[in-house]
Design a binder for this molecule. Structure first.
Ligand SMILES: [Zn+2]
Length: 287
């Protein structure tokens, strides 16, 4: 099949994987499907969720999240898949660490750092870099596209070519308290959030990208600064087996446009998932 670009004729079926230049690209999920399924009320094949980009006036029904067709072949997509599966397991486990308690609508949060161990050093860092690489490699007309400059190439080397994580890249994770405070079960996942890019910190402002999945916000530093007042130094994960996740009340406001998004899509969700029967009383809080 061919299409005319006006300048040259490009064979659409000649497009190859951006990494190996050999394999034929498949439909790569931007956020892995398993993370999407976590937000479902009761995972089942026909349940739908909504993808919303408030600032661009975009909302769209989806079953497994957005995917990109022209970037990765099945083998190269599978390289990211290994990191993604490990990240899913880790975040699921950490989500059950007790960070506070709820009594009806009142939440008490114990804001501090919480220790955890990882099995493979830097595996989670590569996972986070891989998500950002996909959002920086997608079609720029897509509402979720991000610009990360030279870090796109850096992340490509880190994820697909086994490069060491450079000193200007690091990752920390912070528990999402918005869900904890706003919903019946603080261990449930109610949304994911595609990556944003900006400066974070008060006196030491550092360039970062961040996205939310699995009840956590994942921050990726893309800056030469060695530290930031945005987070305790012990939370940076690069090169470590013994790690710490952060709990800070500010996470209530990181995704503070979420209520507006939810109100906007409430009728759509009800219409799309008409067959779902919700309980009349809240589910008990899982311990
Ligand atoms: Zn490939």
């Amino acid at each position: 099949m061919t299409k005319s670009t006006g300048i040259a004729t490009v064979a659409a079926d000649a497009v190859r994987c951006r990494i190996c230049s050999v394999g034929k690209p498949i439909r790569s999920h931007l956020i892995p499907e398993a993370f999407i399924k976590e937000i479902f009320y009761d995972p089942k094949a026909d349940e739908k969720h909504m993808i919303v980009h408030n600032e661009k006036g975009v909302k769209q029904a989806s079953t497994t999240g957005w995917f990109e067709k022209g970037i990765l072949c099945s083998d190269c997509d599978g390289v990211l898949g290994v990191y993604e599966e490990a990240a899913l397991k880790l975040l699921r486990r950490l989500r059950h660490d007790k960070i506070g308690f709820k009594v009806e609508t009142s939440s008490t949060i114990n804001a501090k750092t919480y220790p955890f161990r990882v099995t493979v050093v830097d595996e989670f860092v590569r996972f986070a870099c891989g998500i950002l690489w996909k959002y920086a490699s997608m079609n720029p007309t897509n509402a979720a596209f991000i610009v990360i400059g030279p870090h796109k190439q850096i992340f490509e080397d880190v994820c697909f070519r086994g490069s060491a994580i450079p000193h200007n890249v690091d990752v920390f994770i912070e528990r999402d308290l918005f869900s904890f405070a706003a919903f019946d079960d603080p261990n449930d996942v109610y949304y994911y959030r595609t990556p944003s890019v900006g400066l974070r910190g008060t006196r030491q402002r550092v360039r970062m990208a961040w996205f939310s999945v699995s009840g956590f916000t994942i921050y990726v530093k893309m800056d030469d600064a060695r530290s930031s007042d945005f987070v305790p130094n012990r939370c940076w994960m690069r090169g470590k087996k013994q790690c710490y996740f952060n709990v800070n009340p500010r996470s209530l406001t990181v995704n503070n446009d979420m209520p507006r998004s939810m109100n906007w899509i409430r009728p759509d969700l009800a219409r799309l998932n008409r067959k779902l029967v919700f309980p009349s009383s809240p589910r008990p809080w899982k311990q």
